[in-house]
Design a protein around this ligand. Structure first.
Ligand SMILES: NC(=O)c1ccc[n+]([C@@H]2O[C@H](COP(=O)([O-])OP(=O)(O)OC[C@H]3O[C@@H](n4cnc5c(N)ncnc54)[C@H](O)[C@@H]3O)[C@@H](O)[C@H]2O)c1
Ligand SMILES: Nc1nc(=O)c(N)c(NC[C@H](O)[C@H](O)[C@H](O)COP(=O)(O)O)[nH]1
Length: 222
């Protein structure tokens, strides 16, 4: 599977505020670019932290070029990495649109699984260590591949992005750096998790471009 991570940070590397409330870092042009990225993939993924903070729908906003961009392909599916099924039953991502996969760990109760399935989610239990509430991300991606997902766009947040780097599963990163300072030692950053102390993932810079009043950085991950 090809995994493309896309996110937007402030110049000081923050994804949002220390209150974990969504901040529009991207401008119109960058949000339109993200919309076009969604047309290139089979599914768009976020962690449940992002669902709880931002309530995204992860659908394409501008379908006017859909024929040219996707041909006969169905609209991209949505994916939430959600160990215990904390996605609210009335979340926008369960709006009855394209398929929404929930990658869950063993910690998900059968009662909650039933409720989420009833609300329209396709729950994929992908294990995870019993002493951890984390989804085994490699098993999760392989379950998605079994459902035909060959190209995945990951839009955040910092916990999920760290796990993907940690597992060596990122193929491409596009990072929009907006011209603002957010600050806050507890504000989420591009890659949170436990952090690396060695074996830092090395990226290969593939492009730099001004977009809106910020900078778009493109990296390949060898
Ligand atoms: N600026 C941007 O581009 C952007 C994009 C997305 C999110 N955000 C912001 O990021 C914040 C949310 O990010 P976050 O880091 O708190 O949450 P996240 O979206 O990365 O979700 C993390 C949660 O997913 C679950 N999870 C299960 N298995 C996991 C695994 N193997 N690895 C990681 N997580 C796993 C856990 O419950 C974990 O707490 C919000 O404030 C949101 O506004 C910003
Ligand atoms: N590219 C980008 N720039 C930002 O400034 C910002 N705040 C996000 N945040 C990611 C957000 O949490 C969601 O993942 C979706 O990008 C929004 O989803 P909708 O289109 O509303 O469904 N993403």
């Amino acid at each position: 599977m090809h995994v493309h991570v896309n996110a937007a940070t402030s110049v000081d590397g923050k994804l949002s505020t220390h209150r974990r409330e969504q901040v529009a870092i991207s401008g119109d042009e960058d949000f339109a670019r993200v919309d076009r990225l969604r047309a290139e993939v089979d599914a768009v993924a976020v962690g449940v932290g992002t669902v709880l903070a931002d309530d995204p729908s992860l659908v394409r906003h501008d379908e006017s070029h859909r024929e040219a961009e996707r041909g006969d392909l169905p609209p991209p599916a949505r994916v939430v990495v959600d160990s215990r099924g904390r996605t609210p039953l009335d979340a926008s991502i369960l709006d009855g649109g394209p398929t929404t996969y929930l990658l869950a760990a063993d910690a998900l109760s059968t009662e909650r699984e039933r409720a989420l399935s009833g609300a329209g989610a396709t729950v994929l239990r992908t294990g995870g260590a019993s002493d951890s509430d984390r989804v085994d991300i490699e098993a999760g991606l392989s379950a998605l591949a079994d459902h035909g997902v060959e190209r995945l766009l990951v839009e955040g947040g910092g916990e999920l992005i760290f796990s993907l780097f940690d597992a060596g599963l990122v193929d491409r990163l596009t990072l929009y750096v907006g011209s603002m300072v957010v600050g806050g030692r507890d504000a989420p950053t591009l890659a949170d998790g436990a952090g690396f102390v060695e074996g830092f993932p090395a990226l290969s810079l593939a492009g730099v471009e001004q977009v809106d009043d910020g900078v778009l950085l493109r990296y390949d991950v060898p």
